[in-house]
Design a protein around this ligand. Structure first.
Ligand code: OAD
Length: 238
């Protein structure tokens, strides 16, 4: 059934496309390349063990890019949605921290956050916004190497975040999927789980994706334009 008005329960899944208009390079776009390395060659534990300084230099480049970016209209509209919708969960694959910067609070960061570091010995996670880093690779007070607190290829997702994401997908009335290519598991399964649990699934993307095959609505166009329009429609303003 097409939901009328503002849903009472909404799960949102975002990917790199929501931050594209803020100037953050997407993963599978050409602008995400650094010194001709593909992200898959650097975002692995093996690459970090082999050459932690190289991996950190790449993260420094990304932190520099992202540090100059601001949330766009799509991020801001999700803050309005969170304020108005009683059961709201924002699940993101993005590590850029722009949802929290915009003001969202109920955020599940499935792939971690580029502004946090984790001690490779103790596992302690700390906020680390200093840029540029004084020393590469950085070290914890205990002497062990620090790594970015992000999920690398071949690593498992944080179990609590994964559980929260699947709980939201199973129980939401509407799932809104914005700017993800829908090819990286397990995040790519969330819209399908929501659909199978009876949710109305809406996708916003500049192109169709594997998710489009089973969505109830696919809205083609840039997230920063289409997301505020969808919110206006739910509010009965358009
Ligand atoms: P991708 O780079 O794979 O996909 C970005 C998606 O955004 C594509 O489907 C684009 O069509 C769409 N897009 C681009 N510009 C847009 C715009 N202005 N408005 C709306 N949509 C737009 O990024 P993700 O799907 O986020 O994981 O990638 C998923 C995961 O793959 C990442 O989190 C990362 C990577 O492996 C880890 O690092 C663990």
């Amino acid at each position: 059934m097409t939901p009328v008005g503002i849903p009472q329960s909404l799960a949102v899944l975002t990917g790199a496309g929501i931050s594209a208009e803020s100037g953050v390079p997407t993963f599978r776009g050409e602008e995400g390349l650094w010194r001709n390395f593909r992200p898959e060659e650097l975002a692995t534990l093996a690459a970090f063990r082999r050459d932690p300084a190289l991996v950190w230099e790449w993260y420094e480049w990304r932190r520099g890019l992202i540090g100059g970016c601001q949330p766009n209209a799509a991020h801001h509209i999700l803050v309005e949605m969170e304020r108005a919708i009683p059961r709201f969960t924002l699940i993101t694959q993005n590590v850029d921290g722009l949802h929290r910067l915009a003001g969202n609070r109920r955020v599940v960061e499935l792939h971690g956050n580029i502004w946090q570091v984790r001690c490779t010995r103790e596992g302690t996670v700390t906020e680390w916004r200093d840029h540029p880093l004084l020393k590469i690779p950085p070290r914890c007070k205990c002497g062990a190497l620090l790594r970015p607190n992000v999920v690398w290829f071949g690593e498992s997702l944080p179990p609590e975040a994964l559980q929260a994401a699947f709980d939201a997908a199973c129980s939401c009335q509407v799932m809104l999927v914005i700017g993800t290519s829908g090819v990286v598991e397990p995040a790519a399964s969330l819209p399908r789980v929501a659909k199978q649990s009876g949710a109305w699934v809406i996708e916003i993307n500049v192109e169709t994706t594997p998710i489009s095959r089973y969505t109830d609505e696919t809205i083609l166009g840039p997230a920063a334009i289409k997301s505020p329009r969808l919110w206006a429609r739910w509010q009965g303003l358009s």
